[in-house]
Design a protein around this ligand. Sequence first.
Ligand code: NDP
Length: 474
Amino acid sequence: MKTYPMTIDGKSVDTGRTLEIINPALGQPFAAVPVARPQDVDAAVAAARKAFPAWRATSAAERQAMLHALGAALEANMPELMDLITRETGKPLQGLNNVGAGMELGGSIAWTHVTADLPLEPEVIQDNEQARVEVHRKPLGVVASITPWNWPLMIAIWHIIPALRAGNTVVLKPSEYTPVATARFVELAQAVLPPGVLNVVIGGGDIGAALSQHPDINKIVFTGSTRTGKRIMENAAASLKRLTLELGGNDAGIVLPGADVQAIAPKLFGVAFHNNGQTCACLKRLYVHDSQYDAVCTELARLAKEVRVGDGLDPATELGPLQNRAQLDVVSTLAADAAANGGTILSGGKARAGQGYFFEPTIVAGLSNGARLVDEEQFGPILPVIRYSDVEQAIALANDNPNGLGGSVWSSDLALAAEVGKRLECGTVWINEHGAVQPDAPFGGVKQSGIGVEFGHHGLAEFTSIQTVKIMKN
Ligand code: NDP
């Protein structure tokens, strides 16, 4: 079994302890990684701190050229990285609607190039005979990036590239479930970046906690659960670290009366089930008007029964396994609770016997707010479809949740759908689409789905502090 490296200050580090990484399609290990000790965290932070002054002093053009070279390295190593992502996450190489390891690599490449090119020029607020007032964006210092297991490489890129573009250095901690492609990328990046600019430490929550408490880290960018996000915020308070937190979602979609059921059903299915529902901005609760409720349920159940579930390395597979056993248990518990409390299971409903962490794609009718499957984030291939009778009620039900990441409205009346959408309490609303993010548009949650945004110039700004420069002229 191959061991992938942990890189600190440009060098592979052997810690004397290794962790085997499980392929969730088989429930068997396929690779190993070193596990960081507390002294490795300190060494990584010290390396990033040492590298910061020289990295900050590089010109924007120099940094941009190196970031484009990272994009080229991702592209040159696509087949290997896709294979590692499929083995460690379980997601198919291509997948339902082409949302798979190929998209994870394609997205990583696109985000790298677009973010590299984002401008970060000073803003001139005033320039007259009295004074010139400029607003400058300065790097923060050392940024710790803590990433989850669902889109490990792409989310690492979302964190790392804007941090580096703004002139910060980085210590990255991937999830211990899925560190392999990330570790390999950081190894490849050493051919492009000066030593210490990008470091990776591999380990569990204790390593994440050590980073969020570390006095020499200036900012944490975190994607993961709301529970862990709150812990990080507590830990970060001691040294007032800056935070970007992209946390859980329980995104609602509303199908307005009169929508074309045949046209939207495959799209609804895709946005709820791609990556097996393990995406923060998947559609997780679907509200459908009385008049079309049965038709939508029937179509979604048909699609759930037809979709091809299997090992992601098989090119025919559309949905893989859950990424880990704990998540399979979450989904199984929510399905059992739904069945026991008035839900009607229209397809699936249980884990698949045999090897791997597979769960049958499941559509549940007959529930409403108050049921666990509706109120809690399932993060798996199970969708509750909820009946409503008037649009005001649907908006109230959609907003009746502590999360506020994304939301969607489905209708052929685009103006009406946009009006309804703007009333949803969420950071992004899509009309006749869901979860489609892009590298130049800000993305982030309101309420308990997070703090701050990623992507575009709004996201880049979060990796900087503002310095106002006022030059008196007389
Ligand atoms: P976590 O929030 O626990 O994990 C995310 C990252 O945080 C991982 O790298 C994890 O390490 C690390 N971590 C764990 N504990 C701490 C800590 N105390 N301080 C700092 N970092 C820590 O997510 P889970 O794996 O528990 O996933 C559970 C739920 O999280 C899902 O059901 C889903 O609701 C949500 N989630 C949301 C994601 C999103 O994209 N918004 C992505 C993944 C999960 P390690 O994994 O090594 O323990």
